[in-house]
Design a protein around this ligand. Structure first.
Ligand code: BGC
Ligand code: BGC
Length: 747
């Protein structure tokens, strides 16, 4: 009885959660009522902003819209050597800088929580010497935990987060991270990445939530809400717009794609981010059809600020205003680059290694090339965010708190849960997994077996990843498996030593091959091949020749082309970049202490010849990948029954689908229920299918639950010939599990 009440209670919670998550209309209503409540507060902030703005000199204003990197303030710049008081005096007191960032690796020489707070507080203290004492907003890329800081928990990177299909957990990790940032005096997180991944050769694939615009939107919203939950830290939805359209997977290279793709694929996550109240937006370093976004009034002002109604401020990406001159060759000088960009709607420039831009900006306003009203507009938006996050009242970090939070228990547990939920079982022949007690001698081999840095990937302590010795938390796969009782671990440290591998394989009952990629970030991670490194392929061939049952654990930030492995290996578990708790999550899963429930947020192609390949391409294009979007196996089986889909739905109503889900296998486990739809006949060739809703459900062995999912009218709009979104009377087809049903949408 108790259990029944409990499941009923959980069902109600689930329904509430699903409707909150998936009904655009409700969100708007809640947002509206919140607006009313906080109106007086907003009015107060506006007044304060105007008061400060009215006192600011031109010099103070141009400083306010500028941001430099921490390395610029270090005695030896890129080599660090501590903060340089002369530089601080110049940048903060003389030029009144509005913001400072730590790009990847921009940490204090002694990278401890206390030293971070000291560094940020020292910077902040210089604002006391300025006339108006406007606090600096300090920004970092805390993209999977407080990842620049030694000793913090490293969460999975976004691609793995997407594979959990658990937006609540994503939100929780973002809010825990924001608490750590706040304690450090850092009030701005350059996250989440809302780029939709179109080509896995791109070095930033792991930073995305994959290839589906709806999944990206839901995850993005959750992370923004998590970051901003305490009201102390601002999020930055990035990189607006279409950064994922990396041509041939090359970062920041020129792109060419249709307006339809922009509207249908790249824009929705930003629309959602604006609705979720993201306080800042960072601009795409590349271009849209030949026009750098940093120079585009159409995209920054007309689309983002006016059409989407974004009220926060826009920050450039790294050195991107200057790039309009030296990289994009749009204009011949810094003067013109700044003019074009600010007049197009930029509000703050990430300079980041000079102050010439501030001086130049001042001249441009004096000469009228940039109107002072435009500058005021930018300053106003920046000050407003600073007030909204309470920076004026409380601008210093707290050393004790920061030290207490680094590596805290709750973060470790959350990171572990995320890593567990992300792991995606691609293949499991003859149920070789979970590893049973009869298998006593386990060979463990491969470059990731004893590596934490490979579990964490790029943007971990350093920009291009961490040194092994700097990762103080977590354990490697090997360290965890060694602690397991009742098994004999046979480890071959040098996986390229063929003789040793063969010898060990002969003694073992099965092998775990831990393969993957070296850490990388941004363009340094672009690649022309998606193959597993040749030495690692060789290892697999040896294991196959030795006829030893092998489970491959793949630790990579993007889909790799693993066709041979998928034919010849017994099991493949994709771990993405699972972070410091990845080692233990992998072992728990391999040995059945956890039942994998992750599902692919991105297609795994057979080979690079299939690129570009996404599940939602138009139905006239081929989709025959190695593993499709949404794929993922479990140790148990789920049964879908009583699927209820209406015959018709009228415009203005949400389409509701329900079903009973039962665990009919031998293990407790999670099923991710995915609801898709596709157009039947319409004026644009239908996409094969489009994800419209999802829910991750946990079921004990034998347990059954009712699941309800909904599609909002907003989601059912189509982009017509005339490039206008509309509701239209027509048939669509709903797809859930193996069931397909046509639903008529009436006027
Ligand atoms: C990246 C951004 C990042 C910024 C600051 C840029 O190179 O594109 O995503 O926020 O650096 O580190
Ligand atoms: C990165 C920064 C990094 C810098 C180093 C930028 O592109 O985004 O985080 O520190 O390059 O050159």
């Amino acid at each position: 009885m108790k259990q029944k009440i409990l499941s009923l209670f959980m069902l109600v919670i689930l329904i509430i959660f699903i409707s909150a998550c998936h009904t655009g209309k409700k969100d708007i209503e809640t947002a509206k009522s919140q607006d009313v409540k906080t109106n007086t507060q907003i009015g107060d902030i506006d007044k304060k902003v105007e008061e400060v703005l009215s006192q600011m000199t031109l010099q103070e204003k141009v400083g306010q819209v500028s941001q430099v990197d921490i390395h610029y303030l270090m005695k030896k710049q890129w080599e660090k050597g501590g903060l340089d008081p002369k530089r601080l005096e110049e940048v903060i007191v003389k030029y009144n800088i509005g913001s400072i960032l730590s790009g990847g690796g921009g940490s204090p020489d002694n990278n401890t929580p206390i030293e971070w707070v000291k560094m940020v507080n020292e910077i902040q203290s210089y604002t006391e010497k300025t006339r108006l004492k406007i606090p600096i907003i300090y920004g970092v890329d805390a993209v999977h935990g407080h990842n620049n800081l030694k000793g913090s928990v490293i969460y999975p990177h976004n691609l793995g987060v997407a594979a959990t299909w658990n937006p609540e957990l994503a939100s929780k990790s973002a809010s825990l991270t924001a608490n750590e940032l706040y304690a450090s005096g850092i009030r701005w997180n350059f996250a989440p990445v809302l780029d939709v991944s179109m080509d896995p050769r791109w070095g930033r694939t792991y930073e995305t939530f994959g290839e589906d615009t709806y999944l990206v939107s839901v995850m993005g919203r959750s992370i923004i809400e998590g970051i901003q939950e305490s009201g102390k830290v601002a999020a930055s939805a990035k990189h607006f717009l279409s950064y994922g359209a990396a041509n041939n997977g090359q970062d920041r290279q020129s792109t060419d794609f249709s307006d339809r793709t922009l509207q249908e694929i790249f824009l929705p996550p930003f629309r959602e981010a604006v609705k979720a109240g993201a306080k800042t937006v960072m601009i795409n370093s590349g271009d849209v059809n030949g026009v750098p976004v940093h120079s585009s009034k159409e995209l920054m002002t007309d689309l983002l600020k006016e059409e989407l109604g974004f009220e926060g401020f826009i920050i450039s990406d790294w050195e991107d205003v200057r790039k309009l001159e030296y990289y994009h060759k749009l204009v011949p000088s810094l003067e013109e680059a700044l003019t074009v960009s600010f007049n197009a709607g930029l509000d703050m420039t990430m300079i980041p290694m000079s102050i010439d831009d501030i001086k130049t900006l001042e001249e441009l306003v004096k000469s009228g090339k940039i109107l002072e009203e435009r500058l005021d507009d930018a300053v106003r938006k920046i000050l407003k965010v600073k007030y909204e996050i309470g920076l004026f009242e409380d601008k210093y970090g707290d050393e004790n708190k920061a030290a207490e939070l680094a590596g805290n228990e709750e973060s470790i547990n959350t990171a572990k849960q995320m890593a567990l939920e992300s792991l995606t079982l691609l293949k499991n022949e003859n149920n070789i997994l979970p590893i049973t007690k009869e298998k006593k001698n386990i060979l463990i081999v491969g470059p990731v077996a004893d590596s934490k840095r490979m579990l964490c990937g790029g943007w971990t302590i350093g920009w291009q990843g961490a040194d092994e010795k700097d990762l103080v938390l977590g354990e490697t796969i090997l360290q965890v498996v060694k602690k397991k009782e009742g098994i004999n671990v046979i480890y071959v440290p040098n996986y390229e030593d063929e003789e040793k591998v063969r010898e060990a394989a002969k003694k073992a009952d099965m092998a775990i091959a831990a393969l993957g990629e070296e850490p990388y970030a941004e363009y340094e991670g672009d690649t022309e091949s998606l193959d597993i490194a040749i030495e690692q392929q060789k290892l697999l061939h040896i294991l196959e020749e030795e006829k030893i049952p092998t489970a491959v654990v793949l630790v990579s930030g993007r889909p790799l082309t693993i066709e041979w492995a998928s034919k010849n290996m017994d099991a493949i578990l994709w771990a993405y970049l699972p972070g410091t708790e990845g080692g233990s999550a992998i072992i728990d899963t391999l040995f059945g202490d956890y039942n994998p429930g992750g599902r692919l947020p991105i297609t795994i192609p057979k080979n690079i010849g299939q690129l570009p390949i996404t599940y939602n391409s138009r139905q006239t294009s081929n989709y025959d990948p190695l593993y499709p979007f949404g794929h993922g196996l479990s140790y148990t089986k789920f049964q879908y029954s009583k699927i209820s889909i209406p015959d018709k739905v009228s415009a203005g109503d949400n389409l509701r689908v329900s079903l009973n889900l039962k665990n009919i296998g031998e293990y407790a486990g999670d099923e991710v229920v995915l609801l898709y739809f596709n157009e039947m006949y319409t004026e644009v060739i239908p996409r094969r299918k489009q994800l419209a809703a999802f829910s991750r459900i946990h079921l004990e062995k034998g347990e059954e639950k009712k699941v309800e999912l909904g599609i909002s009218q907003e989601q059912l709009k189509i982009l017509g010939h005339d490039m206008k979104w509309m509701n239209k009377e027509r048939d669509i087809q709903i797809q859930i599990g193996d069931i397909k049903k046509v639903v008529h949408i009436t006027k």
